[in-house]
Design a protein around this ligand. Structure first.
Ligand SMILES: NC(=O)c1ccc[n+]([C@@H]2O[C@H](COP(=O)([O-])OP(=O)(O)OC[C@H]3O[C@@H](n4cnc5c(N)ncnc54)[C@H](O)[C@@H]3O)[C@@H](O)[C@H]2O)c1
Length: 343
């Protein structure tokens, strides 16, 4: 492998690929040499944007190409498991958009495939790169409780429940997944129990998901796609209580503390880490650095979502133990999970 430039195939040329394009182009360590999309015109268009050597609609051509070191998978989640397992068996390193998989069992299959193939995987859950998250964890390292609220505008197509099947995952896993990972990362304790309620007594996107952690603390994810507005019309609002100190996060643009003279962050315009993905990917694949979101940590939103759905359907709290919900290399939680995402 050329140790200066990571030669990549881009798989899936849709909306998120468009968002990633300028950042990939701004990273000299990463070169897109092939593009692949089931829509040929999109594959061709992205090949031109990147100056790629070829474009194709055939994933196998990319996976069998010995000149390709890694794939950047930007398809929707219904193809993530299959493409990631195929890429791992072909010996390609992987960047894959979130969510990693739909179910806990699929996550375990992928973790085993990644471990046994020896390739590295990085996924796209990025709230931990927000300066607000980092500052909050410095000032309140062990909170007692936290409420993370995410609200999306009202759109009728998103009033989804069990009868509408997989759509549930688009909101609950795809978006509230950020809430769930963030709570675990900030509470710095492993979960023991999930109790959740959906709208109308059903399993719905709109939900309150309560997580109890081993150290006795708890976190609450509130997620709704039934409206955004009122006196606090921000998508995200978070409160964290840590004994005498507390914090409030408004829109991930403001962080304010109470009960301490430590400064918060009055104005923040950055949170997604999108500009950093690609250098981190190159460092991981070329220089042996640890993944900043490996296949174990990236499965956490799926684990919480599956447990929350079970709780919404049964009306009962559900036990959760990451040691059982992950495929464990050497029988132990990997460092990424044991250290609450600090890698
Ligand atoms: N990290 C973030 O903040 C963020 C933001 C938006 C979307 N996403 C994630 O990105 C993923 C893609 O979302 P999107 O909005 O870009 O979807 P999209 O539908 O706009 O794009 C997906 C693309 O993949 C192509 N595709 C589908 N199956 C394929 C296959 N088997 N082989 C090759 N190409 C295939 C489609 O033709 C399409 O061009 C989702 O998993 C979503 O959750 C992440």
């Amino acid at each position: 492998m050329d140790n200066k430039v990571l030669r990549c195939g881009l798989i899936g040329c849709g909306k998120i690929a468009r968002i990633h394009t300028p950042n990939i182009l701004a990273t000299p360590e990463v070169q897109i040499v092939a593009t692949c999309c089931i829509v040929e015109a999109a594959s061709k268009d992205y090949a031109a944007k990147f100056g790629a050597e070829y474009h194709t609609t055939d994933v196998d051509r990319v996976l069998k190409d010995p000149e390709i070191d890694a794939v950047i998978i930007c398809t929707r989640q219904d193809s993530h498991l299959r493409l990631a397992i195929e890429a791992a068996s072909a010996g390609k390193h992987i960047f894959i958009e979130k969510p990693l998989t739909d179910t806990i069992e699929e996550g375990k299959r992928l973790q085993e495939a990644i471990h046994k193939s020896g390739v590295k995987l990085m996924s796209g859950w990025w709230f931990k790169y927000s300066p607000i998250t980092k500052r909050l964890r410095e000032v309140i390292p062990h909170p007692y409780y936290s409420t993370f609220m995410c609200r999306l505008p009202w759109t009728e197509q998103y009033i989804v429940d069990d009868e509408k099947g997989p759509l549930l995952y688009w909101g609950l896993l795809g978006t509230a997944g950020y809430n769930l990972h963030w709570l675990w990362h900030v509470m710095r304790s492993q979960p023991t129990e999930v109790y959740a309620m959906g709208y109308g007594g059903k399993a719905t996107n709109t939900s309150s998901i309560l997580i109890r952690f081993e150290n006795g603390s708890f976190g609450n994810s509130v997620f709704t796609d039934m409206g955004l507005g009122g006196i606090n019309p921000t998508k995200w609002y978070v409160e964290v209580q840590g004994g005498p100190k507390s914090a409030a996060i408004h829109g991930f643009t403001k962080l304010a503390f109470e009960g301490t003279t430590e400064p918060g962050i009055p104005e923040n315009r950055y949170h997604d880490g999108f500009d950093k993905h690609w250098k981190l990917l190159a460092d991981m694949c070329l220089n042996g650095k640890a993944s900043t979101m490996d296949a174990w940590e990236a499965s956490i939103p799926t684990i919480f979502t599956e447990k929350a759905l079970e709780s919404m359907r049964t009306g009962k709290s559900v036990a959760v133990d990451f040691r059982k919900e992950m495929w464990l290399p050497n029988g132990k939680l990997p460092e990424s999970v044991a250290k609450y995402g600090d890698v």
